[in-house]
Design a binder for this molecule. Sequence first.
Ligand code: AMP
Ligand code: MG
Length: 409
Amino acid sequence: MLAVEEALRRILATVQPLHSENVALPDALRRVLASDVHAAYDLPPFDNSSMDGFAVIAADIMMSSASNPVTLRVIEDIPAGKAPQLNVASGQAARIMTGAPMPIGADAVVPVEQTDQDRLSPEMPAQIKVLQGVKKGDYVRPVGEDVRRGELVLEKGRLLRPADLGVLAGLGVAQVEVMARPQVAVISNGDELVLPHEPLTPGKIRDMNSYIIPALITEAGGEPLLLGIAHDTAESVRAKLTEAITQGANLILSSAGVSVGAFDVVKTVLDEMGSVEFWKVNLRPGKPLTFGQIQGVCFLGLPGNPVSAMVTFDVFARAVIRKMLGLPVEMPTQTAKMGEAMTSDGRMTFARVRLVRENGDLVAYSTGNQSSGAISSMVKADGLLIIPEGVRDIQPGQRLSVRRFRAED
Ligand code: AMP
Ligand code: MG
C-alpha cells in the first residue's frame, strides 16, 4: 500500500502556489505576505522626546544640581504633532511633550521631574531651574532608531501578526500584497446525513464533517465553499463536483463514499469527470483516502468517519492549502514520552493523545477509544501521536513525535 510520504509527494506535485492580491491593512491579519516589505521611511520619522520635559543643550546644564541649579529661559512650547518654530541657543530651553520633534540646537531632554516645575501647567513657564544634569542624547529617540529606511522589515511568506500590522501602518503601508486564500469546496456524501437542526429520523445521523472540515480549512488559511450534502447517487455527486468547478474551487474536499461499500459512488464519478490517481494509503485512521483531479483541480476524497476525515485533512489537505499559500508544508512536531503502552497495526498511525507535563517532560496518554468514528476521542485529544509505519508495540517511556493542536504552554 502507498506510504503516507509518497502519497503526499504525489499530491503536492500537482499543486502550485496561488496568485497574490492586495488587501486593506486591517484585513491582512493572519494572511501570508506575498512579497518582502522594505521600509520606505525611517521610524521614528524624526528625532523626538521620550519624556514630557524640556529640550536643552546638555552642555549648559552639565553641572546643575538641586543645591546649585542652572536657570534656563523657556522660548517655546512644542506639543506632540507640532513642528518647532525656534532654535534653542545656549541658556535656553523649549518645553516639549512626549513624541514631539526635537528643536534644532537642543541635544537632550530634561524630564519635568528633574526641574523645579511640579507638573506641566497649561501655561508655559518663563524660566525653569534644572535640578539634575542630563547627557547629550538623553530622553531623545533618534530618527530611524526603530526602523531604518530601506531595511527589510517583513519577509515574504510571513503569517501576519498584530505587531506586523503596526509596523506596516507606521511605515505608511495601507494596502498589503498577500497570497490569495485557496478556495476549498466542501462536500459531505451520504444518504444517512441530516443537518444539526433537522429531526433525526430512523437510520439518520447528523453531518459533522460539514462543520469540522470548513473550520479546519479556515484555520489553515483557506476559504471554504460550502456545497452541502450529496446523496449516494452518481447524479448527486456529479452535480456537486460540477458546482465546485463552476465556483472556481482550487481544491475539492469531499468526505465519505470512497470505501468499498455498494453505494460508494465518489470514485466512479471522479473517474468519469477526471482521474483517480490513488485511493488507498498506509495510514490509520484514513486508509481509504482518494486522490484525483478534475479539470486540473486537486480532489481529495476524505474518509467519512469524522476522525479519519480530520487526520487525513491534517496530513494531506493542510499541506495542499499551505503549498497554495506559499507556506512550508511540513508542520512542526514535538517529542513526547509515552505515559502508557500502545499498539498499532503496522500502518503509519496518528493516535489521539492527551498531553501532560510531568517533571519537565511532555507525556502522552491515549484518549481511550481510538475508533475512527469516535469524535469524543478527538475532542479530548491535545494532539496526534505519530507512530511510524512498521511499528506495532509502544512501551511506556518511549519517545515519539507528536503534532500538538495548540502551540501554547
Ligand atoms: P463511508 O465512507 O461513506 O462508508 O462512511 C464511513 C462512516 O462515516 C459511516 O459510518 C458514515 O455514516 C460516517 N460519516 C460519513 N459522513 C459523515 C459526516 N459528514 N458526518 C458524520 N459521519 C459521517
Ligand atoms: Mg457512505
